[in-house]
Design a protein around this ligand. Structure first.
Ligand code: DX5
Ligand code: ZN
Length: 219
């Protein structure tokens, strides 16, 4: 039986107007955002470049929302300490960027007193990341290939959410389940039904002028 779960919304500032970043953040904060999703891209792990440590540092000064930093970068172990110092509440690394170093990098994040998240791509199986779930505070299922906002939701990824939900519940793990990519008022229902706790939404929040109703439509 699916138990009632309070869904949190994490607007992704990748879709915000960068020239108005402070106002955009204040706006989604007052519109009911639960976390702020910060997509860090290095142009190597993904074919796009976004922003980095200073963005987190500056945002930390203007909001109390938990900062959910999604690192789409190679060798994340080089940077996690600085993201932690900059004020990240969650640091999520990619399995594909760490492979055999994954456990080590997760421990490093935890040692900073920051929540450790593990993301994996649509073509990476749950079996490959399963062993790390007990050491994670968050698992991020990518429902698009990382790199860009505004892509179409890949429905097959919902099965992964269900599998991870089952593992978390069966083992009574203290781990949140997040989904990222292509979330809108329709796909948000599917994600919630598949056991997700946190829904990342870029275009479905920032492309609407009324952010409160956009966020409510997702909840
Ligand atoms: C994709 C990013 C996402 C992106 C989501 O690489 O990780 O967080 O901003 O954007 P939407 O919600 O528009 O798919
Ligand atoms: Zn993201």
């Amino acid at each position: 039986m699916q138990k009632e779960r309070k869904i949190k919304i994490a607007p992704s500032i990748l879709s915000a107007n960068f020239t108005e970043m402070g106002a955009e953040i204040k706006n989604v904060e007052s519109a009911g955002a639960d976390l702020l999703h910060i997509d860090v891209m290095d142009g190597v792990f993904v074919p796009n470049i976004s922003f980095g440590i200073k963005m987190v540092e500056d945002i930390r000064k203007i909001t109390n929302l938990p900062l959910d930093c999604h690192l789409m970068i190679v060798n994340p172990e080089r940077y996690v300490e600085r993201f932690g110092k900059a004020g990240a509440d969650y640091i999520t690394i990619h399995y594909e960027a760490c492979k055999e170093k994954t456990g080590e990098v997760l421990s490093k994040i935890k040692s900073l007193g920051v929540k450790a998240g593990l993301a994996f791509n649509p073509d990476t199986s749950v079996e490959l990341i399963e062993e790390f779930i007990p050491n994670c505070d968050l698992i991020l299922v990518m429902s698009v290939f990382p790199g860009f906002g505004g892509q179409k939701f890949i429905e097959d990824t919902l099965v992964k959410c269900e599998k991870i939900r089952e593992i978390i519940d069966k083992n009574k793990l203290n781990c949140e389940l997040e989904i990222d990519g292509g979330i809108n008022a329709d796909t948000s229902k599917l994600a919630a039904k598949s056991g997700c706790d946190i829904l990342v939404a870029g275009s479905a929040v920032f492309n609407f002028s009324d952010r409160r109703s956009a966020i409510n439509a997702l909840k």
